[in-house]
Design a protein around this ligand. Structure first.
Ligand code: DGJ
Length: 733
């Protein structure tokens, strides 16, 4: 008999799976209270209740005589607005009379096997109904006549809870949703640090950690996309949590548009955590009878430190968020022509790159920006997805066939959401662009954004793309997006619906991704947004890998890849060897250093292999062969961060095969030091009882020895920016 994952006893719901427990209850007045999320509790008797106290200035429920119970301090699962809880609301509804009062009360629950899909939005899924159970709690605001449905899914074998909500208008007139969080959880008083992933173009996902103080701490994107600026992810951790030990609660939104993660420490030091679509420029008219589905939140709990949290996200995203048939396949080693040629290429030049890449045993050639319309620079032709026959007289077919004849795969770049003023599409349909009449439009990289909230605009791009993809044999698509949304305004809706445009844009984007990935299931899609401006779980649902940054400098990449790995799996993080000096930074680094950092992700090349000296192409051949040997371990093994580039001159990480028989250890030194200290690395995640052989020195080590006694690094500091890779195997398994 399979274990039941959800127990219900006297209005207390306990979701548990032997790894984690999540407990909520129905409190006085039908309020939904949060009791616990953390390590699995086997013997939960439900005796603990929220303490009662008459607190001044914290009001009581309407009509209540009980002054000991207040919404204002109760730990809740989903708060209303302007009805006695003075903390941040989860939901704000504006009714026709102008009131912004919301008060949801419990109605009932249902338990279902498996996990329901969320129509039109990416989400985690199950492969069979035994994998998870879902608690569906219904609440209602009787005055507005609105039904709120909260979904809680617990997976059987993962320390993961997923949550989302749906709001249905059951009244006879429409109302406006000004805010709708996907989840809320109020935590009892405790000291907490919050970790976020802020950044900028070319400096994405830099780890920041700060203690939570009273007041509001908010991590948000108002850029129309999940953004370089702030990733839709936070971790709440105990102050003593490090990479290896301690409690960590991870929260990730499966969404690629404006997002908001809020943490409010209240007057009695309780912490309200909320995640969802940002309320910035958001105002959704919900017609009578209509339902709004908010995006999903993935929540993990571990007491195995940040590595434990990351590993829970990595396997969930790889196995139950990514839908591509490539989600678990070894990813090809790519050569991309962008930094080799920029816009200045023709068929002959591309063939030279393809020839030289083929001779280095690289597996895929990607033709980046500049193959369409008359795009000789970034001022023109976005929106005109037909081949530039001046550059490529034999069409894309000639390049694709040539690539395939060399035994390589062929990939192609698109930026489907954007449009240049100098384009046929713009000349025919100027109204297809997001913008407010009689107001200038912000131009960014000389491009505008198409109004993807309109199905006919999405369809135009779909038709253009399928025309290419039905005729050219394309194995891979790089989906770029090189600016943010501004002047968000759709030309076809009535004024009261304008506040829906930003979210409808994202829904339009998802509909295009859905149609294309379904129509071309063999194509490997890679997300990109001016580097890593849209690296999120929503994109990962459609595209199992993403370009994390235009910054190929290996020293900067240490941070970008380290930070990205906090939330996202290595198979999803592409990493290319660029030139030295680096194109953006001008830093000189060795081929070995660049190779070691790029081989720590999904490897590729971003340089002109046809112009390299023989010693460099020899090195590339070596790197490619090394990577092919270890690719599966790197892309799908258990990844452990050991030493952080944010804290140390010495950086280390490692990969362990699921059977613990193979280990790859990477050590990096940023700046070399005179009379440096000896550096000891202690490994993690090995089988203590196995014997590991260092394949280079043939020295033997016990698993417990490597994890407890550790290893001195080989002397790798003869110059700045050095790397060392060690490979250990268990010989007699
Ligand atoms: C930004 C991407 O991040 C680059 O890799 C490249 O594709 C350019 N756009 C092309 O315009």
């Amino acid at each position: 008999m399979t274990m039941n994952l959800i127990e219900v006893k006297e209005n207390v719901f306990h979701l548990h799976n032997g790894l984690i427990s999540y407990i909520l209850s129905v409190e006085n007045g039908g309020l939904l209270a949060h009791l616990y999320f953390g390590k699995y509790v086997n013997q939960y008797h439900g005796e603990r209740h929220y303490p009662r106290m008459d607190r001044s200035h914290s009001g009581n429920l309407p009509g209540a005589t009980d002054r000991l119970f207040s919404k204002d301090t109760l730990l809740q699962e989903y708060s209303g607005n302007n009805t006695g809880d003075n903390r941040l609301p989860a939901c704000v509804i504006r009714t026709a009379n102008g009131a912004r009062t919301v008060d949801f009360r419990y109605v009932g629950y249902q338990i279902i096997n498996g996990k329901p899909n969320i129509s039109g939005l990416p989400h985690a899924y199950v492969e069979n109904d035994q994998e998870a159970q879902t608690l569906v709690v219904t609440m209602r605001d009787a005055t507005i006549d609105a039904k709120l449905v909260l979904y809680y899914t617990i997976y059987r074998d993962r320390p993961v809870i997923t949550r989302h909500v749906e709001l249905k208008n059951e009244s006879s007139s429409s109302f406006s949703i000004e805010k709708i969080a996907s989840m809320q959880m109020d935590l009892p008083k405790q000291n907490l640090d919050v970790i976020s992933l802020p950044g900028s173009y070319a400096r994405e996902r830099q780890i920041e950690r700060q203690p939570l103080r009273r007041g509001l701490t908010q991590f948000e994107s108002q850029r129309g996309s999940s953004s370089h600026h702030m990733n839709p992810f936070v971790a709440l951790v105990a102050p003593n949590t490090n990479e290896f030990d301690g409690e960590a609660l991870g929260v990730m939104l499966v969404y690629s548009g404006n997002h908001q993660m809020s943490l409010e420490s209240d007057q009695v030091h309780q912490t309200r955590l909320m995640a969802g679509i940002s309320d910035y420029n958001f105002d959704w008219q919900l017609a009578e009878g209509a339902t709004f589905a908010a995006p999903e939140v993935l929540m993990t709990y571990t007491d195995h430190g940040l590595n434990g949290m990351s590993q829970a996200f990595h396997s969930l995203l790889r196995e139950r968020v990514a839908t591509s048939k490539h989600k678990l396949t070894d990813r090809p080693i790519v050569i991309n022509n962008w930094e080799a040629t920029y816009f200045d290429f023709n068929t002959a030049k591309l063939k030279q790159i393809i020839d030289s890449a083929a001779s280095c045993n690289i597996e895929m050639f990607v033709l980046d920006d500049g193959w369409f319309g008359h795009r000789d620079n970034d001022k023109t032709s976005l929106g005109d997805w037909f081949v530039n026959t001046k550059k490529l007289p034999g069409g894309l077919e000639e390049v694709a066939d040539y690539t395939h004849d060399k035994g390589m795969q062929f990939g192609l770049w698109f930026e489907p959401e954007c449009i240049s003023e100098d384009s046929d599409l713009y000349r025919q349909h100027p109204d297809y662009v997001l913008g407010v009449p009689n107001r200038g439009r912000t131009i960014s990289r000389d491009e505008y954004v198409l109004d993807f909230s309109r199905p006919e605009v999405v369809d135009n791009i779909y038709q253009q793309m399928t025309k290419i993809l039905d005729h050219v044999s394309v194995d891979y698509i790089k989906w770029d997006f090189n600016r943010n949304l501004t002047e968000v305004f759709s030309n076809t809706v009535t004024p009261e619906h304008e506040g829906e445009t930003t979210h409808r844009y994202v829904l339009g984007l998802y509909s295009l991704m859905e149609k294309l990935t379904k129509r071309y299931p063999d194509i490997l899609f890679e997300g990109c947004s001016g580097g890593g401006g849209r690296f999120d779980a929503g994109i990962m649902y459609y595209m199992p890998q993403s370009w994390p940054s235009d910054n190929n400098d290996p020293i900067e990449r240490l941070k970008i890849q380290y930070g990205t790995s906090l939330a996202y799996p290595i198979s999803a993080i592409t990493a290319h060897v660029g030139t030295s000096p680096d194109e953006l930074l001008g830093r000189y680094t060795s081929m070995d250093m660049r190779g070691a950092v790029a081989a720590s992700g999904t490897l590729g090349y971003e340089l002109d292999t046809s112009k390299l000296a023989k010693e460099d192409t020899d090195k590339i051949r070596e790197q490619v062969s090394f990577y092919k040997q270890h690719r599966h371990l790197i892309q799908y093994g258990n990844f452990y961060r050991l030493e952080s580039p944010f804290e140390s001159n010495h950086v280390a990480w490692m990969f362990v095969s699921p059977d613990q028989n193979e280990v790859l250890l990477f050590n990096f030194v940023v700046l070399s030091q005179i009379q440096n200290d000896f550096h000891l690395t202690k490994l993690i995640g090995l089988d203590a009882n196995k014997q590991y052989t260092d394949t280079e020195s043939q020295m033997q080590f016990g698993g417990d020895e490597l994890m407890n006694v550790g290893l001195y690094d080989q002397p790798i500091q003869s110059s700045d920016f050095s790397a060392d890779i060690r490979y250990f195997i268990v010989k007699n398994k």
